[in-house]
Design a protein around this ligand. Structure first.
Ligand SMILES: Cc1cc2nc3c(=O)[nH]c(=O)nc-3n(C[C@H](O)[C@H](O)[C@H](O)COP(=O)(O)O)c2cc1C
Length: 259
């Protein structure tokens, strides 16, 4: 494997860090790499907030489903889907007046624009992750930044068209994290389809989830009314309190964006 593939294949999420800062020059390379990511129309429809304030990190522990390692991470980046910068630029460029003179309605960012900006933000984030990994800096995505939108909007002074999509914690992995096994993935036959989508059948599900069943059931106490991975994951993830809050919060993001 070449070094790029090695980096991609060996990477695992890191949730415990050495007590060692990420040097300025390494941080700069991470950010510069993120900004080299492909971006729709070369518009860079994202912004990155570096959270260096310890109090803000402590607060993020709470607002992102009580994950204490967020406060310990030496580098924390929030990736925003951002149409605000372009919209503001349209305004200073006279687009409003132009539309008025031509008698046409000025278009505002809608859900489609948000989806595109989300793509940009996530691609930039993953590019940062791989750049960091290649320099020995571990990382972990925090999806829970989608929760508590109103609190995050206030904390980071977010305008209408700039919303958090993901957060990434970075830091040098602790010894235990370095030694930890990589997580498994589902087989390619269940994930990659040729030319058209295909729903999976019972037997395929059995095969697909066999490894996960083994790991989850072996790694936790038996719960009599949740004898399979589907029930466990539904209970522990899909219908958990944090997922309910995430749905509420994302609804608020959408309502704010389209207001
Ligand atoms: C969108 C997204 C959100 C995630 N959110 C969290 C999170 O809030 N907390 C966490 O500990 N890990 C989070 N992760 C990391 C996943 O749990 C991790 O990638 C997955 O278990 C596979 O493990 P690996 O990255 O070590 O291969 C997230 C990953 C992604 C892509």
């Amino acid at each position: 494997m070449n070094p790029v593939l090695e980096t991609i294949h060996q990477r695992k999420s890191v949730r415990a860090y050495e007590d060692k800062p990420v040097p300025e020059e390494v941080r700069d390379v991470i950010l510069k790499s993120a900004m080299r990511a492909p971006t729709a129309g070369n518009m860079m429809l994202y912004s990155i907030i570096e959270v260096s304030d310890q109090e803000a990190k402590n607060k993020l522990v709470e607002t992102c489903d009580n994950q204490p390692f967020i406060a310990e991470a030496p580098l924390v980046l929030i990736f925003l889907a951002d149409y605000q910068r372009w919209y503001d630029y349209f305004m200073v460029s006279g687009v409003e007046q132009f539309c008025e003179e031509k008698g046409i309605l000025m278009v505002k960012p809608e859900e489609g624009d948000l989806f595109l900006a989300c793509c940009d933000a996530l691609i930039a984030a993953q590019t940062a992750v791989i750049a960091a990994e290649s320099m020995g800096v571990g990382s972990c995505f925090i999806g829970d930044i989608l929760e508590n939108y109103e609190i995050h909007r206030e904390m980071f002074a977010l305008p209408q068209y700039a919303v958090p999509i993901c957060m990434v914690c970075f830091g040098y992995p602790s010894k235990e994290q370095k030694e930890r096994e990589r997580t498994e993935r589902f087989g390619e036959e269940f994930i990659v389809f040729k030319n058209r989508y295909r729903n999976l059948g019972d037997d395929e599900f059995k095969e697909m989830y066999a490894g996960m069943h083994e790991r989850i059931m072996a790694g936790s106490a038996e719960i009599s009314d949740q004898p399979n991975v589907g029930l466990r994951m539904y209970k522990r993830k899909f219908s958990a309190d944090y997922a309910v809050e995430m749905r509420r919060s994302v609804r608020a993001i959408l309502d704010g964006w389209t207001a």
